[in-house]
Design a protein around this ligand. Sequence first.
Ligand code: ZN
Ligand code: ZN
Length: 138
Amino acid sequence: MHITGQCHCGAIRFTADADPAKVFACHCADCQVISGGPFRAVVAIPADQVELQGSPKQYVKVAASGNRRVQAFCGDCGTQLFATEADVPKTLNIRLGCVNERAQLKPTVQVWQDSAMPWLPELAGVPAHSRGRDSPLV
Ligand SMILES: [Zn+2]
Ligand SMILES: [Zn+2]
């Protein structure tokens, strides 16, 4: 599937060929903190199949195992773009949030389920408004 995407301010854009089977959700604590959300969903794409315009800033995350991962984001608007190997990038895990076709890219697997928010399965039963204006909490 051909995908396109960009950060919120538009300074960084990309196109890529994505395999819809390579979409996963990660519930690890690092993904929760770095994404600012309850979990992170990504599509894994070989680095040579991604065409990137612009220069993301990079934060290198060091795991307890010593594994180093580049977290790439827009230095202007802060949008999370992708993560990849710190030394020689082989695979870009592109954040679904900045992919225009994200609604068609449903995760096929979830990892780090042990740290998943316990309320995620209950969201389907929470009152839902079609737009934010109707929110009773703002
Ligand atoms: Zn930006
Ligand atoms: Zn994670």
